[in-house]
Design a protein around this ligand. Structure first.
Ligand code: SF4
Ligand code: ZN
Length: 299
């Protein structure tokens, strides 16, 4: 197969785009998909200060590299969860990556916040991922707001987004359908959240990371029992294999024609969040979820 752009030998075949690319042209393709996402959904501009949530994995590092090369005003935030066997390794990768590219990096240590995940895990009688996810979302949002960032960008890719949509549709979870998308606007107490890789599949971000020589972290979290939405991703992969282009048409179709049917439906019973009396960040309950976790940790 020949490269669709330059006619050299193609290294990556992309049936969903009816195209194939050599290594150099694939990186150009990747960049254009990111730019298209930013432009079509008006995700941000060169005036924005963008905080990138960095985990050390291929997606968040690919996103950071691209936004940096495209000339956006970016900084990274790594949240050190103190998980043995994964946090330290991931942090090393993130620190080296940011140093090499000249991206400024902030690190928040959950040990210092009194919430190292192994301790949290011991105190809570439910799967630690839901508590950990809540803590991460809270601190990414809080750090962005406290430090004057106008946008928080995450490395969610098309597979993540399509699988989440599939799962929400399967349960007809209408409150989540209204608030799903790569372009969640700022609200009182919440920074604007964007997902510029939403047009790119996991296969494409993996290829990009490899071809761009990104040294990302492979060490899986020891507490992950099969990543979320694994089965939905598998089903979508099967479908994509038979009908190339289905994933993006499913997800973009929802954004363009389905989402507006749900966007007036609020989450969590329609209650508008107000400031948490302890930390000032949004909550629909009396105190926010993270202050509740703090309370349990101090018992
Ligand atoms: Fe946290 Fe679960 Fe992710 Fe591990 S797999 S970092 S516990 S959310
Ligand atoms: Zn609080």
């Amino acid at each position: 197969m020949k490269c669709t752009r330059c006619k050299k030998i193609a290294a990556v075949a992309l049936p969903s785009h009816n195209a194939g690319f050599c290594p150099e042209c694939f990186k150009v393709f990747f960049s254009r998909q990111v730019e298209k996402a930013i432009k079509e959904r008006t995700l941000f501009s060169k005036e924005d200060r963008i905080l990138i949530a960095l985990s050390g994995g291929k997606d968040s590092l690919a996103l950071a590299r691209e936004l940096h090369l495209l000339g956006y005003n970016t900084a990274g935030l790594y949240i050190d969860l103190a998980i043995p066997g994964s946090s330290e390794t991931a942090r090393d990768h993130v620190e080296r990556f940011c140093r090499d590219l000249g991206i400024s990096l902030h690190v928040l240590e959950m040990e210092k916040e009194g919430m190292p995940i192994p301790e949290v895990r011991k105190k809570f009688n439910r799967p630690v991922c839901s508590v950990c996810g809540r803590i991460k979302r809270y601190y990414f949002n809080r750090f962005a707001l406290d430090n004057g960032f106008s946008v928080l960008a995450t490395g969610h890719n098309l597979d993540d987004e399509a699988a989440r949509l599939f799962s929400n549709v399967m349960r007809w979870d209408v409150s989540y359908l209204g608030s799903q998308g790569p372009d969640l606007p700022a609200e009182q107490g919440f920074v604007r959240k964007v997902k510029p890789l939403y047009r790119l599949s996991e296969f494409e971000t993996a290829n990009y990371s490899f071809l761009a020589g990104i040294d990302y972290c492979y060490a899986p979290c020891p507490y992950s029992k099969g990543a979320s939405f694994t089965y939905y991703k598998y089903l979508l992969d099967e479908l994509e294999h038979e009908q190339p282009g289905r994933k993006i048409s499913f997800y973009e179709g929802f954004l363009n024609r389905g989402r507006q049917a749900f966007d007036h439906i609020d989450q969590e019973g329609g209650e508008k969040p107000g400031p948490c009396p302890r930390c000032g960040y949004p909550t629909t309950g009396d105190i926010c979820g993270v202050c509740r976790i703090r309370e349990v940790m101090h018992r």
